[in-house]
Design a protein around this ligand. Sequence first.
Ligand code: C5P
Length: 238
Amino acid sequence: GGFAVVVVAAGSGTRLGQGIPKALVRVGDRTILEHCLTGITTSGVTADDGDWDEGPVVVTVPAGDTGLTDVARSQGAVAVTGGADRADSVRNALEHLRALGCRPRGVLVHDAARCLAPTEVFARVARALVDGQEAVIPVLPVVDTIRAVDGTGACQGVVDRSGLRAVQTPQGFDWDLLLAVNDAAADHPEVSVTDDASLVEKFSDRTVHTVAGDDAALKITRPLDLVLAEALLARTLN
Ligand code: C5P
């Protein structure tokens, strides 16, 4: 317990094609953000465990949002307006936490869209941090054959997938490390990243450690992912 959690939900969700922020789309009888926040609470990563106070949960929301903000508040989380891209949104959330003056045991950054990430994934990431790792990401093997292609669609060869991993969230970090690499990134707007561990690699000399991810931590992105998520949820409830 005692971890702060940043949930990024400030994307437009256009690839899902529902015309509302993705985290407000329903899976079963609840929104993606409700599933996500419930999962975090159930995992116990934020809980006050005696050594560390309860960690705050910050949700990044699109500018002008009210719907996600209401969901966040109803579950005891704080809503913070996101930025132009994912990294900017995370930085806004960290600034909010820094302004609160909190010193959590560590911080987990989680995509709202991975709302069915099992408790075990949170536990593995948190355990690795408690055991002394400073940056931890859940990963899965790559199942497809991966090829490089040029602009004309011509193949440039197969990439050996045995040394590749698909990266999920929650990603966990030492608090001071994540603040430091985000401060460094703020001075380098030309550097673009798609996750937080990339900032650790670009702006620190620390090693990013991997733990096992889970198929159920899929990022709901395309319409087929919603079908999968509905099926997963029905399986869990039955
Ligand atoms: O675009 P992608 O699917 O990689 O986005 C990952 C997560 O980052 C999503 O949960 C999305 O809501 C969030 N995001 C954000 N702020 C942005 C863009 C994306 O919080 N400006």
